[in-house]
Design a protein around this ligand. Structure first.
Ligand SMILES: Nc1ncnc2c1ncn2[C@@H]1O[C@H](COP(=O)(O)OP(=O)(O)OP(=O)(O)O)[C@@H](O)[C@H]1O
Length: 324
């Protein structure tokens, strides 16, 4: 894959009482091969909905998806089932926070990994397979003895590491991680992310990850997408966003985490709560919580202003600067 392009993505759920929930509202961004993206935003802002849509994993009856997610020129949202099936796992791999039940409890781990390995390499020799699998186990900090074990003999965190290992088995072009390392201790998480970053460089893997841990984004992602109530508020290079966040929401989000750069400062939370996504809003959806909001912000939805490079921000403040 050379690039992954999300264009005009809109997702609504048909909630209870036939009320529509606007979970993802007009999101577009592009990633080149080998880039890594961290998606951040409060709980309920549409992060999981968005990335699940890329693999068409949303409930068909309740979720309505429009727009495009191009894996090169294949539109994952609109291509045929067969085309999507061919890409899953080998080209696009996904790990969820609770992927713990994906392995059978009654078969040895090594045997299950071998069976999966053979799906794409049917002629692989036993020794070659074992080496490749032990290598994978090592990447996620598990010793070769795990080969002979059953999943139920491992802790939850160790099982999650197996799932991460499985996702890397075929060196996918696109790796999607939804809170995949949240259940792990900080040291293991750090080691695994370091290894993943290494493999990504070697095989030019593009990674999209959701995490609530900004330090993981800071240490392992090149780009950041900030979403609020289903809308893109800011997108750009990690250094730009973490050192000089432009959108008041991004500023608030970063101030609510312990300092990553510079001097230690008191943590601040963002007053107010996420809006009701079953309502439609005329202006900027963040305006009711924004300390800089003016009358215009409540009336007109800000467009996404592109500043330096491809740094995007959806805030009237930056439109005014451009108009000056
Ligand atoms: N199956 C569903 N039916 C109706 N509404 C849903 C459904 N799944 C999610 N939603 C709504 O869509 C919105 C976005 O949810 P989503 O899980 O994508 O957010 P998130 O940012 O991933 O949250 P978290 O960080 O807590 O995982 C929320 O308002 C949620 O209530």
């Amino acid at each position: 894959m050379e690039k992954f392009t999300v264009k005009d993505l809109n997702i609504t759920y048909n909630g209870k009482n036939r009320k529509k929930v606007y979970a993802v509202d007009d999101i577009s961004f592009e990633l080149k091969a080998g880039e890594s993206l961290g998606i951040i935003g409060e709980s309920g802002s549409g992060k999981s909905t968005m990335i699940h849509s890329f693999l068409r994993l949303l409930p068909e009856k309740t979720a309505a998806v429009t727009g495009h997610a191009y894996f090169d020129d294949i539109d994952l949202l609109n291509c045929g089932e067969k085309e999507l099936k061919d890409l899953r796992w080998k080209e696009i791999a996904v790990v969820f926070q609770k992927s713990m039940n994906s392995l059978s409890q009654i078969h040895k781990i090594g045997t299950q990994f071998e069976d999966i390995y053979r799906v794409h390499y049917p002629k692989a020799r036993k020794q070659e397979m074992k080496e490749a699998i032990c290598n994978l186990l090592e990447i996620v900090n598990l010793g070769p003895h795990v080969y002979q074990m059953y999943p139920f003999e491992l802790s939850g965190g160790m099982q999650q590491r197996l799932n991460i290992a499985l996702s890397l088995m075929f060196h996918p072009s696109l790796l999607i991680m939804d809170e995949a390392t949240t259940a792990l201790d900080v040291i293991t998480q750090g080691q695994i992310m370091d290894e993943i970053s290494e493999i990504e460089k070697r095989f030019s893997i593009t990674r999209i990850m959701i995490t609530h841990d900004l330090s993981v984004v800071a240490s392992s992602c090149e780009r950041i997408l900030v979403i609020y109530a289903g809308r893109l508020v800011e997108y750009g290079k990690k250094e730009e966003i973490l050192r000089k966040p432009l959108h008041p929401y991004t500023q608030g989000l970063i101030q609510s985490f312990p300092s990553l750069y510079g001097k230690k400062e008191q943590l601040k939370s963002i007053p107010g709560t996420l809006p009701d996504l079953s309502q439609t809003y005329q202006g900027c959806i963040f305006a009711p919580r924004c300390r800089y909001a003016s009358e215009r912000c409540f009336k007109i939805r800000p467009q996404q202003y592109i500043l330096e490079g491809d740094h995007k921000v959806a805030c009237h403040k930056y439109g005014e600067k451009k108009d000056e």
